[in-house]
Design a protein around this ligand. Sequence first.
Ligand SMILES: Cc1cc2nc3c(=O)[nH]c(=O)nc-3n(C[C@H](O)[C@H](O)[C@H](O)COP(=O)(O)OP(=O)(O)OC[C@H]3O[C@@H](n4cnc5c(N)ncnc54)[C@H](O)[C@@H]3O)c2cc1C
Length: 276
Amino acid sequence: MLVVDAGAQRNRRSAAMHGYLTRDGIAPAGFLDLARRELAAYPSVELRNVEAVEADQADDGFSVRLADGTEARSRTLLICTGVVDDIPVIDGIEALYGRSVHHCPYCDGWEHRDEPIAVFGCGEHAAKYALGMTTWTADIVLCTDGPHHYDDDLVAELDRHAIGIRVEKVVRLEGREGRLERIVFDDGEPLARKALFFCTGQRQGSGFAAHFGARFTPHGAVKTGTAERTAIPGLYVAGDASKDAQLVIVAAAEGAEAAIAINTELTRRDLAGEGR
Ligand SMILES: Cc1cc2nc3c(=O)[nH]c(=O)nc-3n(C[C@H](O)[C@H](O)[C@H](O)COP(=O)(O)OP(=O)(O)OC[C@H]3O[C@@H](n4cnc5c(N)ncnc54)[C@H](O)[C@@H]3O)c2cc1C
């Protein structure tokens, strides 16, 4: 088995990974290191730290061209190239992202329970996100970074849950040692907050699934069937790239499901005397 990885896993800027039982709070780089060390014990697994630049169907399988100029051939292909987040462009965000600026409440909401937090984003989705954050805290301000177009019912619902709305443009996030302290707007008083959650979108980490003609959900995730199969024979898509919750433990579970299906398929082909 060949594993090709360009090494830009989505959570690499996070300080601590949550939601993976037995590994709660581990640094993502430490988790990856553990996984790679365990893989190294299996001589049948080859790991190449390189980008895949092209993939196509070939003969009875797939060919993948790598950035180092080599080409790999396989009978099945599992795409798990993740997604890339659209991180809001705000002065000061870089030093805070992954520590007190987050995108996923299920990953980092508990660490900010009962704290004053902000939700950043426009559109109805951001308002729903802010309402969802009431699971973790009652002190929420929605920063829409410009005028919003919420209808009266939605504004009333936000109001009912004591969620404030700031419509001024966010110009800067200020904090120390990775901890957010305040949000500065282009007008009005700065807002003291301990964390900011954003929901500004994401896109596929690679174009391979689209290239093979996979189908997508309205949210841009690949539609997969049982064991992460696609409609293209031998092609599987797992992890954040495919539908369902975007968590490390889910990505691992989807990978395991796909692995069993792939092994079953290859064994069946071998037993039937079909080419290797
Ligand atoms: C800031 C942050 C914090 C998070 N915190 C948590 C958390 O606490 N708990 C949790 O469960 N989840 C967390 N997540 C979500 C978690 O990162 C993802 O669910 C998980 O990484 C998905 O795994 P994946 O393998 O599908 O994708 P990724 O981990 O993103 O891995 C995709 C890999 O594919 C590689 N790749 C892409 N294109 C190519 C190519 N052309 N050639 C070769 N390689 C390629 C990338 O370089 C990358 O290494 C967090 C995400 C972010 C952004």
